[in-house]
Design a protein around this ligand. Structure first.
Ligand SMILES: [Zn+2]
Length: 254
């Protein structure tokens, strides 16, 4: 079974140290920078074997080269953006499986935030690394893709088992929740979660991981079928992609 440790980086990024004890395999997911990762490895007395990137943005790959240089770790990233992943050794894409020691991950292509964006789903460990595609109560900005792509990408993630833990790229949960409640003020699960998130943040604690089940209940970007959300947007009879597009547009200016 995997041990997963949060590694806060930069202002609000999370990298994740993933330890597979049976073979002493250790991956860092989306290292923004090297120093906090080196400190976390030391604190847990671990030796890095792999670097996993969900997408090319600098705040997810900035630590790639210094960490590879220092540890010899092998870098794995999205095939569709191979040319933009610093130091990449192995590319993966939709339908592939990739293993960290004895822990198998299924790979999904989840484009829209960037052209090549992947998720690593460790089914047996009930964990998925979603980068900047699915956030807790939010989704990434559409820098290189369309609302239809984001709907398709988020739908793949939303279809995972409800108890799957969601490890995303940023601590944006409080701002996301404050936006979400403007669209679904009658969503009891959302209000309960927002209160919990406010408490955690007031104590300086992370709100990650989330779960797929909780996201289905509270993430407005997965809830295009909600009557209340549609009414708030004035899009009662639009298709789901149009609802997501308008939700994203409003979040961009919130
Ligand atoms: Zn990004």
């Amino acid at each position: 079974m995997l041990n997963i440790h949060l590694v806060p980086c930069l202002k609000d990024n999370y990298a994740y140290l993933v330890h597979e004890p049976a073979t002493s395999s250790v991956a860092i997911v989306d290292p923004s920078e090297a120093a906090p990762v080196v400190a976390a490895l030391k604190a847990h007395n671990l030796k890095l074997t792999h670097i996993l990137n969900t997408h090319h943005h600098f705040d997810h790959t900035g630590g790639n080269l210094p960490l590879k240089e220092a540890t010899g770790a092998r870098i794995v990233g999205p095939r569709a953006d191979r040319d933009r992943i610093p130091g990449i050794d192995e590319d993966v894409g939709e339908g592939d499986t990739w293993s960290l020691g004895q822990a198998k991950a299924n790979i999904f292509d989840i484009p829209a935030h960037t052209k090549g964006h992947i998720a690593f789903w460790f089914e047996a460990d009930k964990a998925v690394f979603t980068g900047d595609t699915m956030f807790a109560m939010g989704c990434g900005r559409l820098f290189e893709g369309t609302p239809a792509q984001m709907w398709s990408s988020l739908s793949k993630l939303a279809a995972l088992p409800a108890d799957t833990r969601v490890y995303c790229g940023h601590e944006y949960t409080l701002a996301n929740g404050k936006f979400a409640v403007t669209l679904e003020p009658g969503n009891a699960a959302l209000k309960k979660r927002l209160a919990e998130v406010e408490r955690l943040r007031a104590e300086g604690k992370p709100t990650i991981p989330s779960t797929i089940g909780l996201e289905r209940e509270t993430n407005p970007f997965l809830r295009a079928e909600s009557k209340e959300l549609r009414k708030s947007l004035g899009l009662e009879s639009a298709d789901n992609v149009a609802v997501l597009a308008e939700t994203r547009r409003r979040k961009d200016v919130f």
